[in-house]
Structures are given as structure tokens and as C-alpha cells.
Design a protein around this ligand. Structure first.
Ligand SMILES: [Ca+2]
Ligand SMILES: [Ca+2]
Ligand SMILES: [Ca+2]
Ligand SMILES: [Ca+2]
Length: 820
């Protein structure tokens, strides 16, 4: 039997996985002088040097060696007593399929009538590269015959040769160690990927990471691993592991998020000198899914931070074995955070009982002289009327007879900010895990937002009742009741002006019998909240702005416009002979002049990295007496809240700062070019400067009021800024420049000009004011904006400032026939 072998020459070798996994093969790579000390995927430990990156050339060489060593096995499989030469001339190996083919030429010797007859024939034999199931052995299986060509010979001989080959070929299956293993797999590239995946899975299934985060612990469990890519040319692996989080919060809650997140891994495969596999991770991205991106960044940030702490930056993650990472314990939270926090109470101090000053013993008529000011009292101030349907409350004045006046009940409740954001339970658990706490605020309720209606549907203690001081009257000389009210308890409200001892008035509150309309047919303010996307609850993007609006507030004396939550971009004054032009470019917000990182635009355009929300509305109310526009979310200050309360000729803006430490705040109105010609004054600069786009010099300081007045009308702003931050102070801001050049004058939003841009500036760092984030200070910016006649006097502005510091005194007593 002649044995002839030609060189097996794999075109592309790719038995990478065999080498990856199998120490039994005894194969070692030549050193590549690259030493890595990464964590490895294999169980074998202590091997941290002379790691070699896998590549095709190395494996070509390996496959070549393997096949050469096994020539004889192939030869022995084919040759028999008649087939005395079998010459393999060419071999091809396709790594894509694991297919091998080789051409052969052979001699067949047959005796015909005693005469030896030599017959030559050629052909191609197809084969497959195989591996044992545990990849400890390589094998080759012959699978078929092609291109059979034979020299001229009797048909019976040709058939005999063909029959022989077709019989023997499928049974040629030889293995590196001789014995056929119990199981074997094909060595095609898809299989190699499967094998890589198998390795990852095997190791990943053992992976449990216990990580302590600020609000609790998470056990990170690997569910499945998929190998997205295995590049045999480069040894690059891209894999994704799907992970569950087993969460145990320090507060006692627990949750299990099945396949809630993933680790995407980009890695190189390495092998060491004893054939252990190493996974050198180049990129490791931990991603939480199915929820709020910003919050996930925060959690991801914590986990990555812990991983970096454990392994060092740019180092590798061990997929096998436990990772024990201990974080800091939960921070101690202030009582305020634990117990929630509330906003300040209504502006009018209320006295219960008949404590009437001598001047007010009998009020003949309304002598109050603050027509634009509302009277705001709380349900608790008129407890006799608590429990009625809010719509049943009606107000009357006595002015020679009973006259109904408009009254409005704005129901309030303590509501969690998570609820107002409509945050899912999952989000809130992650939020807590990040060491943050939901808090509750006392807010106006609105069933058209996620704040929803007041859980107490009756007139209850924290609901607000509002009517206008101009609608007050006097007292009746004898007990009487207006038509349309029930005979039940009623309340008399006496209003007096601490700045004007003779100024007083009376309003009577009754429960109506169903025949009256609380508005008394009046509507002092019209607020049209118009969200361009449609219905608030179904279309508002609380996680990712902008949320464009075309919302407007209109009264007989002024109107204003909003194009997004924080973007107020029009003010028209119609009072008296005011021209009614739009004097506002923007109501603007900055950290400090010349710093563009935060503006009213960014407040509307998305959450800051690491925070769970973009923004939301708490309430939009348009009632007969006033309108309320209340919203939250200013980048990372996601529960920073602004309330606009619109009265007939006054707008109050309350801004509750709730944010991590920041460098400062500038809150100001930048007027439009149409404001040119107005005069700007404030309590420190009463002689004023002209708003004309040309720079002015003003004294800076903690202004109490400011005013822009001219033919366009007058806008008086009274500031009331409060904070419990030790040493808190603020100053003023002013810029009139229609060609801003220096950095601190640059305009980032609105038009390119600064026209009389003016407001208040907290010009020093502000410590944490976010109660969701531990110990927090208060900071509340209040503006009372009065829309006035053209060229309103500084004395008038000064008076508004005084009035805001001296709210009405309210005395409430039961009204009945036995002592009113
Ligand atoms: Ca309530
Ligand atoms: Ca209520
Ligand atoms: Ca000027
Ligand atoms: Ca401007």
C-alpha cells in the first residue's frame, strides 16, 4: 500500500476556539511581548503574564500542524489492497463553513484475466473540520466525492471504484487522539461564535455582583449572554449580557427587575502560555433600560464608579466569580426630607373672632384702596364652611343690599412629586436606590395634570378661597341673608389695611342652595393653556423636552404669552392709555451673566445628566378671580417649581428653588426693542435711566422693587426673596445694550439685544436646596408684578413695595342673627 501525502494547506485557518479552550492540545503561541494583567474569563488563576492576542495567522499555523500530523490517518482511511496510491494535491479550508476539500489522484490495481491493470483516477473529496464537544480534540470527517474522472476502463471497474469511495468516504472520521469522542461539533465560524458565547454564558451564569448604592443594595444577576460578534481575524468579541437587578432598599422595600439592564462588552480574546483564555475588556457599558434615561445614568454612574473603584479605570471585568463592592451607607436625611416639606401659607394673616378695631366696628362701605390686591384665605380660616362642596361657596358684599361677588376656591393637597411627574414605581425604586427621596409638596390640585384632584373633594382646611378686595362692601345694619343661600353657617370676613387705618371692607361667605354661580358672572382673568402636542396627560414629555406651547393669559389690563414651560415671551400692558405693544423679549434665567450652561431654554429642553425628569405641570387653573400656572423641572433641579398666579392687574410669580448646589441665579426680565423709550427705575435708582439699548450706569444692590414705565404702560415688580441659607444675600442685575460684545453681556436666548434687562441676582454659591437629595435649604423668589398706567410714579411703585410687605389684616367671624 502506497502512502502519499501532500501538504494540507488551510486557506484560512480558524480553529480558534479549540485553542481558546483546550489545554489538552498542548499548543502554545509564540510570545508577542505583550503582557496583560487583566481579569480573565477562565477559572485558572494566577496567570497574568505573556498573554497573546488571538489571530488568524497563529491559527493557520496550528491547523496546518494538526492536519500534517494526521496525514497518515487520512491515508489509512482510504487506501486498501487495490488502491495503492492516493495523492492529495491541494487542500482548501473555508472557515466560514468549516468545510475542507482536497483534490486527489490515485492508482487502482485490478487483475483482469490474471493481468494486473493500473487505472488512474482523480477527484475531489469534501470534508468537514470537527471538534469534540468539549473542544479537547480536532477531527476531520470526509463527507463526499466530486469531479470523479477515470481513465478508460471497463464500466464494471469504474463502478467498483466509485462504489468503494462512496462507501468508504462517509465512514472516514478520524480524531486527534484516535478514539471518536462521545459528542462532537462542527467547526464553522457560526459555531465558533456559539462557543465563545458558551464560554461567556458559563462564566456569566456564575456572576453575581453585590453593589451597595446610596439608597440600598443591588444584586446584579446575569440572565443570558449573547455573543453579537466574534471576529476571527482580530479576536474581537462583542457580547451583551442581560441582567436582572435584585434590589433591597435601606427603607425596607425590595424589588426584582427581570432583565432590566445589560452589560455590553467589547473585548479581545487572549490566550496564555498554558492555553487559558483571557477576555481583555476594552469597553464595558452598563445600561439600564425601560425607563427614564436620566435616572439610569445616575444609577449607571454609581455602578461604574464602583467598578472603577474595584478594578481601576480601563481595566477588565471578570465575568466569572463574585465581585464584592461595598459602597457608602445611606446618608442621614434631615427630618424635613423624611417628613416632606410644605410651601409657605397664604399671604393674608387671619385672626379668628370679633377682634375688630374701633374704626372697623361698623363698616359702612368698602374704604380699602388696594383694588388690585386679592384676599386669600384658607379653608381652616372658615372652618364653619368646611365640608361643603367647593362649588357651593359663594361670596357677597353688602352695599345698600346684598350683591354677589366672584369667589374662587382653589383646592390644594399635599402630593408627592413622584405622583405629579407620574413616575412609575420602577423609576421611584431606582430613584431611591440612587439615594434620593420622594418628597411631597402642598400644591394646587388639577385633575388635568397628574397632580389630580384634591383627595378631599370638600372645602377642606388647606384649600384656598380668593376674592378681590375691590369687591368688598360694608355691613348690613340688621341681620339679613341674600337670596340663594342656605340657612346654615356663614362667615363674615373683615379686611383692614395696616397701612391705612381707615381702610376696611367686608365680605360674607355663604353656602348656596344650588341656584347661584360662584363666579357671579365675572371672569377677571382668562388663562388658555395650549400645549401644541395636544392633551397634557397623554402627550407631555416629562422626561425629554421641549414641550412647545402657545399659552396666553389675558385680562382687561394686560396679557402675556408662554411658548414652553419656562419661556414667557410676551407682555402687553393695556391699562389706561398704555399702548399695548409687546414689551418683553423673555423672562430669563441664568446661573450668572455670560454663562450659557443654564437658561430658560435649557430648563425646557431636557433633564441634566443623572436626573430623572425634564419637567411637568402641577396645575393649570383658570377661574373667575385668578389663574394659576404651576410647573416643575429646571434641568437637574427637577422639582424646582414656579407658580404664576394671575390676577386682574397683578401677577405673582413664586419660584421655589430646589436643586443641588449651584453657583448662583439671575432672574430677570429682558425687554424687547419695543420697550425702547421706557424709563427704568428701582428703589436704589429712583431718578431712572432710559431703556434704549444704550448702556447705563446704575447702583447695584438688594433692590426691593423695580419698574419699567413709559407710553407702553408701566410694569412694577416688587421682589420678596427669602432663604434660610446662612449669610444669604442678593444683588440687582441690569443691562441695556443692543450690541452686546463682552462675554458677560452675551445673549443666549431670545433676541440678540439686551433692552433694560433687569432683575435680581443671587451672586454667590447656593448650597443644596433640593429636598430629594438630603439636607436642603429653602430659597424662594417671589415677584409681585403690577400692570399700571403709562409713566406710573416711583411713589406708586414704592407704595406697592410697602403693600406687599404689609398684607391686609383679615378677621373672620361667624355670621348669624345672634351677633354679627
Ligand atoms: Ca385640600
Ligand atoms: Ca378639598
Ligand atoms: Ca439706556
Ligand atoms: Ca433680548
Amino acid at each position: 500500500m502506497l502512502r502519499m501525502f501532500k501538504l494540507f494547506r488551510p486557506v484560512v485557518a480558524g480553529i480558534i476556539i479549540l485553542v481558546l479552550t483546550v489545554t489538552q492540545l498542548g499548543y502554545s503561541f509564540a510570545a508577542e511581548n505583550e503582557s496583560r494583567s487583566e481579569v480573565f474569563i477562565n477559572e485558572a488563576s494566577g496567570v497574568t503574564e505573556t498573554l497573546k492576542k488571538l489571530n488568524v495567522e497563529e491559527f493557520n499555523k496550528y491547523v496546518l500542524d494538526f492536519i500534517n500530523k494526521n496525514k497518515k490517518a487520512i491515508e489509512d482511511s482510504i487506501i486498501n489492497e487495490k488502491l495503492d496510491r492516493f495523492d492529495i494535491s491541494e487542500i482548501e479550508f473555508d472557515i466560514g463553513t468549516g468545510g475542507i476539500s482536497f483534490n486527489f489522484s490515485a492508482h487502482y490495481v485490478e487483475k483482469i484475466l490474471g493481468i494486473p491493470l493500473k487505472i488512474t483516477f482523480t477527484g475531489k473529496i469534501l470534508a468537514k473540520l470537527k471538534a469534540s464537544a468539549d473542544y479537547s480534540q480536532l477531527g476531520i470527517q470526509l463527507t463526499g466525492l466530486e469531479n470523479f474522472k477515470i481513465a478508460k476502463c471497463p464500466e464494471s471497474v469504474e463502478n467498483a471504484i466509485k462504489d468503494y469511495l462512496n462507501t468508504v468516504i462517509p465512514n472516514v472520521f478520524f480524531w486527534q487522539e484516535g478514539e471518536t469522542p462521545d459528542g462532537y461539533v462542527s467547526c464553522d465560524i457560526n459555531n465558533l461564535r456559539n462557543v465563545i458565547q458558551g464560554l461567556l454564558e458559563k462564566e456569566a451564569s456564575k456572576t453575581v455582583m453585590d453593589i451597595t448604592l446610596p439608597g440600598g443594595t443591588v444584586k446584579v444577576l446575569v440572565d443570558t449572554v449573547q455573543c453579537d460578534k466574534f471576529d476571527i481575524e482580530t479576536g474581537d468579541v462583542r457580547s451583551k449580557a442581560f441582567i436582572s437587578l435584585d434590589v433591597n432598599l435601606f427603607s425596607g422595600k425590595s424589588a426584582f427587575f427581570k432583565r432590566f439592564c445589560s452589560i455590553e462588552l467589547e473585548a479581545d480574546l487572549f490566550i496564555d502560555e498554558t492555553d487559558n483564555i483571557w477576555l481583555s475588556v476594552k469597553k464595558n457599558v452598563f445600561t439600564l433600560k425601560d425607563g427614564n434615561e436620566g435616572l439610569h445614568k445616575e444609577i449607571n454612574g454609581y455602578i461604574e464608579k464602583e467598578l472603577v473603584k474595584k478594578f481601576g479605570k480601563e481595566k477588565l471585568i471578570k465575568l466569572g466569580g463574585g465581585i464584592e463592592i461595598k459602597g457608602a451607607p445611606a446618608s442621614n436625611l434631615s427630618d424635613r426630607v423624611k417628613n416632606g416639606f410644605s410651601q409657605p401659607s397664604s399671604p393674608c394673616p387671619v385672626i379668628q373672632g370679633n377682634e375688630i378695631t374701633p374704626e372697623q366696628e361698623f363698616v359702612k362701605e368698602n374704604s380699602l384702596n388696594r383694588p388690585g390686591d386679592p384676599i386669600v384665605i384658607k379653608g381652616q380660616d372658615i372652618s364653619a364652611l368646611n365640608g361643603i362642596n367647593p362649588d357651593e361657596l359663594v361670596a357677597f358684599k353688602y352695599d345698600g343690599g346684598w350683591k354677589q361677588i366672584p369667589v374662587q376656591v382653589d383646592e390644594r393637597a399635599v402630593v408627592s412629586v413622584a405622583k405629579i411627574y407620574n413616575a412609575s414605581e420602577k423609576i421611584m425604586i431606582l430613584f431611591e436606590l440612587a439615594g434620593r427621596n420622594d418628597v411631597s409638596i402642598l400644591t394646587y390640585t388639577d385633575r388635568n395634570t397628574f397632580t389630580l384632584g384634591d383627595p378631599d373633594k370638600t372645602l377642606d382646611s388647606d384649600d384656598e378661597i380668593v376674592f378681590m378686595s375691590k369687591d368688598a362692601g360694608g355691613m348690613p345694619a340688621d341681620f339679613s341673608e341674600p337670596a340663594g343661600v342656605t340657612t346654615g353657617p356663614a362667615v363674615r370676613v373683615v379686611i383692614s389695611d395696616p397701612l391705612d387705618k381707615k381702610g376696611c371692607g367686608c365680605v360674607y361667605l355663604f353656602r348656596q342652595d344650588g341656584t347661584l354661580d360662584q363666579s357671579a358672572g365675572k371672569q377677571y382673568v382668562k388663562y388658555d393653556f395650549k400645549l401644541l402636542s395636544g392633551d397634557y396627560k397623554t402627550t407631555y414629555k416629562t422626561g425629554d423636552g421641549p414641550n412647545k406651547e402657545d399659552s396666553a393669559v389675558t385680562t382687561p389690563y394686560y396679557s402675556c404669552h408662554f411658548s414652553d414651560r419656562w419661556i414667557k415671551d410676551e407682555i402687553h400692558i393695556m391699562k389706561g392709555s398704555s399702548s399695548g405693544v409687546d414689551i418683553l423679549d423673555r423672562h430669563k434665567e441664568l446661573f450668572k451673566p455670560g454663562v450659557s450652561t443654564r437658561t430658560e431654554d435649557t430648563f425646557c429642553e431636557g433633564a441634566a445628566t443623572g436626573f430623572p425628569a425634564e419637567g411637568c405641570f402641577t396645575a393649570n387653573i383658570s377661574g373667575p378671580v385668578r389663574a394659576i400656572r404651576s410647573y416643575m423641572g429646571a434641568n437637574s433641579g427637577f422639582i424646582t417649581q414656579r407658580e404664576h398666579i394671575f390676577y386682574e392687574d397683578r401677577e405673582d410669580i413664586n419660584t421655589y428653588l430646589r436643586v443641588h448646589p449651584i453657583s448662583g441665579v439671575v432672574d430677570f426680565l429682558d425687554y424687547s426693542p419695543a420697550a425702547a423709550g421706557m424709563t427704568y427705575t428701582n428703589d436704589l435708582n429712583k431718578s431712572g435711566v432710559i431703556i434704549d439699548g444704550k448702556p447705563d450706569t446704575l447702583m447695584q444692590g438688594p433692590i426691593k422693587w423695580e419698574m419699567a414705565g413709559g407710553d407702553q404702560g408701566s410694569l412694577v415688580t416688587v421682589h420678596n426673596i427669602s432663604s434660610d441659607i446662612p449669610g444669604f444675600s442678593y444683588t440687582s442685575y441690569y443691562l441695556d445694550n443692543n450690541n452686546p460684545q463682552v462675554k458677560t453681556d452675551l445673549q443666549f436666548t431670545g433676541d440678540p439685544y439686551a433692552y433694560g434687562a433687569s432683575g435680581i441676582w443671587v451672586d454667590k454659591p447656593i448650597d443644596n436646596t433640593d429636598p430629594t437629595n438630603g439636607m436642603a435649604y429653602n430659597m424662594i423668589l417671589k415677584r409681585y408684578m403690577y400692570f399700571e398706567n403709562p409713566w406710573y410714579s416711583t411713589e406708586g411703585a414704592e407704595q406697592y413695595s410697602l403693600q406687599s410687605q404689609n398684607p391686609f389684616h383679615i378677621t373672620v367671624s361667624p355670621y348669624g342673627n345672634n351677633g354679627y
